[in-house]
Design a protein around this ligand. Sequence first.
Ligand code: HEC
Length: 136
Amino acid sequence: MAVTGTVAATALAQSVPAGTVADIEERTRPFGELCLEGEDCGGEESAPAVVAVPTGRSGADVYASACKICHETGLNEAPKSFDLEAWASRLEKGMDELVRVSREGLNLMPPMGACMTCSDDELRAAIEFMTTAPED
Ligand code: HEC
């Protein structure tokens, strides 16, 4: 008496929720493809780096692609970009300490400011960029 029941191996649908792939692509876009608000986004490399960084991205670039999302609005009490008062007490720690904290994270500030490819120099440039008055 053979048991004839066949269990169809149902292929588990490897479904990815809509938008996920696009979201990841958006988040992992190479730097430089993002365009600073108010800038000419035509592709010409027009914005001068605020801080001279011999190698790597400018503070403005790193800021726009990694830090702005929280610091522009002060999300989760992040010190607001260009708000010199908000940064004053932080700056008292010294730039080296701020770079260290940025690398390691602090409470709701993610390690590396979520810029996982950032060098210390790039983090520093981004911090310097958002802790000084905006250029016009
Ligand atoms: C997900 C949101 C988020 C992102 C992205 C983010 N930050 Fe922050 N950041 C915060 C928050 C929140 C704080 C305040 C942390 C606290 O004091 O508890 C903070 C604080 C800081 C501080 C102050 C640290 C201190 O010791 O007082 C520095 C410097 C900083 N961020 C740099 C950066 C840089 C540079 C980037 C981009 C490379 C970045 N952040 C991206 C949320 C963010």
